[in-house]
Design a protein around this ligand. Structure first.
Ligand SMILES: C[S@@+](CC[C@H](N)C(=O)[O-])C[C@H]1O[C@@H](n2cnc3c(N)ncnc32)[C@H](O)[C@@H]1O
Length: 388
C-alpha cells in the first residue's frame, strides 16, 4: 500500500505555459496548494506563485502521475519541509530533523542547489555545506558519509525572507526529455514547449495539424502523442524509483493504466522542412517515439506548401534570426508564408512562435486572436494565434 500522507509538490514549467499546466492538472484531478503567509503577511512559499510552475498537494501517487502525464512540466519536486533559519547552527539543526529517510538511503550521494533571497543566510555555498552536514547528522547512526556528486539525488534549498524550504527532485532528467529526440536539427524546441504551444493553439486533437518548418519534428511528434493519449513519460525512468518509499506495484498499476488509455488512431499530421537532413532527423525521432506511421514528413520549402485538408491547424516555429538563418533577411520568408496561408489555408487556425513582431506583421494576417509570451532557450518569444 502507498502511504496516504499528503505531500506538497511543486511542478515547474517554462514561463508562460502556466495556464496550460493548470488545464493539465485539472484533468488529473490534482489539488492546488494555497499560499501561506507569515505573521508579517509575507508569502512564505514563494514557489507557490504561478510563475514558472505551481504547487499541489496529494499522496505520493500524484507525484508519479505528474511525472508521467504532465506534458508541459519541466520537473516535479516534493517539499520535505520548511522552517525559519537565521544562523547556520539553526539551519543545520532544523534541517537534520527533516525526514530524509523517505528519499535517501544512508550514504547516498546528493547534489544540493541553493538560492537565497532577502535572507540573513545569503552565502549559497555555505548553506549547501550545512545542509550536507545536516543529512550526515540525520544518518549518523549508520556510520555512512553523505557526499555531493552532480549525479546524486537533487536537493533544492530555497531561503526567502529567512524561511528555508527544502525540496527533493522526483524527476531525474528534466521532463521535456521524453527519450525520443536523439537527433536534433538547428534550434529545436523543447518537447514541453512544443506541447504547450499545441495546447495554446486550441487544437482539438482530431483535426489535421501541420508544421511547415518542422526541424527535428518536435511539434508533429508531440501532437501525435497527444492525439493517441500517450503519456509523455511512458518510455523513461524517474528519480523517484530510487527512493526508499518507492512503491513498484503502484507505479506498475499507473503505467498499465496509461498504456490501456492509448488510442490506435491519429488525425492526419504533417511535418515539412526544406532541409533534407532535418526531415531525416524528424523521421528517426518519430520512429523512436513509435510515431513513424502516424506522421508524414516531407522535404519541401514553404513556397510549395499546399493544404492537405479543407481545415485544420498550422502550429509552427519558423526561423527567427537569432540562431537559425542569423543575419539573413527573413522578412520575405514570412511574407511568402503569410500569402500561402491566406491563399491555401483560409479555413485553418494558425499559430506561430516568433521573437520578432515585425516578422509576424510581415505575414499580413489579421489581428491575432490571442498572443502568449513564452521563453524559448532563454529568448523571449511570442506565440501568435489566429483563425483565418
Ligand atoms: C526554428 S527551426 C524549427 C525547429 C523545430 N520546431 C524543432 O523542434 O526542431 C526552423 C526550421 O525551418 C526550416 N526552414 C527555413 N526556411 C525554410 C523554408 N523556406 N521552407 C521550409 N523550411 C524552412 C529550417 O531548416 C529549420 O529546420
Amino acid at each position: 500500500m502507498i502511504s496516504s500522507e499528503n505531500l506538497h509538490f511543486y511542478v515547474s514549467c517554462p514561463p508562460g505555459l502556466e495556464p496550460m499546466l493548470a488545464a493539465e492538472y485539472k484533468t488529473l484531478g490534482f489539488v492546488r496548494v494555497k499560499l501561506k503567509k507569515d505573521e508579517d503577511n509575507q508569502i512564505i512559499h514563494t514557489i507557490g506563485e504561478d510563475t514558472g510552475g505551481m504547487e499541489f498537494e496529494g499522496p505520493l501517487e500524484h507525484v508519479y502521475l505528474a511525472n508521467l502525464h504532465l506534458r508541459t512540466a519541466s520537473r516535479v519536486t516534493v517539499r520535505l519541509g520548511d522552517f525559519k533559519a537565521i544562523t547556520f547552527a539553526e539551519l543545520r539543526k532544523k534541517a537534520s530533523k527533516l525526514d530524509w529517510g523517505k528519499y535517501l538511503l544512508p550514504g547516498q550521494k546528493v547534489s544540493i542547489q541553493v538560492t537565497c533571497h532577502k535572507s540573513r543566510l545569503y552565502h549559497s555555498d555555505a548553506v549547501a555545506e550545512r545542509v550536507l552536514g545536516s543529512i550526515g547528522d540525520h544518518f549518523s547512526a549508520s556510520g555512512k558519509k553523505t557526499e555531493q556528486s552532480a549525479e546524486g539525488q537533487l536537493i533544492l534549498v530555497r531561503l526567502v525572507n529567512d524561511n528555508c524550504t527544502v525540496s527533493v527532485d522526483s524527476s531525474g532528467e528534466l521532463l521535456y526529455k521524453r527519450g525520443y529526440r536523439q537527433a536534433v536539427a538547428k534550434a529545436p524546441l523543447r518537447e514541453n514547449l512544443a506541447a504547450g504551444m499545441i495546447m495554446a493553439s486550441g487544437w482539438d486533437r482530431v483535426s489535421p495539424l501541420i508544421d511547415p518548418f518542422c526541424g527535428s519534428g518536435t511539434i508533429p511528434i508531440e501532437a501525435a502523442m497527444m492525439a493517441q493519449q500517450i503519456a509523455p513519460g511512458i518510455n523513461r525512468s524517474f528519480r523517484f524509483s530510487t527512493w526508499p518509499t518507492y512503491n513498484k506495484a503502484v507505479w506498475n498499476e499507473i503505467l498499465d493504466q496509461a498504456k490501456k488509455q492509448i488510442l490506435k488512431e491519429s488525425p492526419p499530421l504533417f511535418g515539412y522542412d526544406r532541409d533534407a537532413g532535418a526531415i531525416e532527423m524528424s523521421k528517426a525521432n518519430a520512429a523512436r517515439a513509435g510515431q513513424k506511421d502516424h506522421i508524414q514528413f516531407i522535404c519541401q520549402a514553404v513556397s510549395l506548401l499546399e493544404s492537405p485538408a479543407p481545415a485544420g491547424w498550422i502550429v509552427t516555429n519558423p526561423p527567427y534570426g537569432i540562431r537559425v538563418s542569423e543575419n539573413k533577411d527573413l522578412r520575405d520568408l514570412y511574407a511568402r508564408f503569410g500569402s500561402i496561408v491566406k491563399q491555401h489555408f483560409s479555413a485553418w487556425h494558425v499559430s506561430v512562435l516568433c521573437n520578432d513582431d515585425q516578422l509576424i506583421t510581415n505575414m499580413g494576417l489579421q489581428k491575432p486572436q490571442k498572443t502568449i509570451r513564452l521563453m524559448n532557450g532563454g529568448i523571449s518569444v511570442k506565440q501568435v494565434i489566429c483563425f483565418l
